[in-house]
Design a protein around this ligand. Sequence first.
Ligand code: NAD
Length: 264
Amino acid sequence: MATSVPHTAYSPRVAIITGAAQGIGRETALRLAEDGLDVALNDIPSKTKALQGLVDEIKAKGRNSIFIVGDVSSEEDVKNIVSTTAEKLGSVDVMVANAGIGAAAELLEMEVAEFDRVIAINVRGVMLSYKYAAEQMVKQGRGGRIIGASSVLGKQGGPGFTAYSASKFAVRGMTQAAAKELAPHAITVNAYAPGVIKTDMINHPQDNELGGPGGVLKWRLGLQPDAPDADPSVIASIVSYLVKPEAYFITGQAIPVTGGVYME
Ligand code: NAD
């Protein structure tokens, strides 16, 4: 495929991170600010206080930051996140489509409304984030980086994760298709595929009966209670690398970050 924009045109200045109020999104926002990027933060309206606090932390590091509340499953909201970032921070060079929800329900108990909710946020939300960020990057004409949240459950299905696994496999498929489409614009598209990362998402009221935080998740995945887990910094650091100009030759990948729980 002919490349119309050279990869050397890319120089990261501004990143958007969805689902940034806590967990992996928050850690990634701080890391990219430390790397020298200005950062636009998104999350749902109930997380406004946490977003404001994170904006203040990023500004204290000497970078500019704004927050834009919105639901990534809404087309209008995602358009607004991208256009407000371009207007207030000057460009969109990086999109981290991180927002997502966990869901545990077995196929035989699956409610259509719950299935649709998971797909709306985890799949439509990522599609819209990819689409409107890519549109802005193509307009700018100097490349970009798009990164989505897949999962180890997007590599291999797990019991109780029918909807979630479907959504994270979908992110992997979209990432590959978008990587091929956007290559001529020097935009790389990748995803991270985390294993057990210690955030609110993996907490369950019965964790203590199964060895502590993440115990129920590990049990569902067929892992021992002492199976590897890690802090969100392990995801922030792979994003930090993918955003760097030197990572231009990596695209279309869903990179497992699992402590060896899953191997390709
Ligand atoms: P988390 O629950 O701590 O944070 C997710 C954030 O996304 C929350 O702040 C939430 O408010 C926000 N969010 C939810 N729905 C949204 C919407 N419609 N619009 C905007 N924001 C929304 O979870 P996390 O562990 O930090 O997960 C981040 C991403 O990584 C998710 O996509 C998740 O599926 C994926 N992931 C996490 C793990 C893990 O072990 N923690 C493993 C694999 C994949």
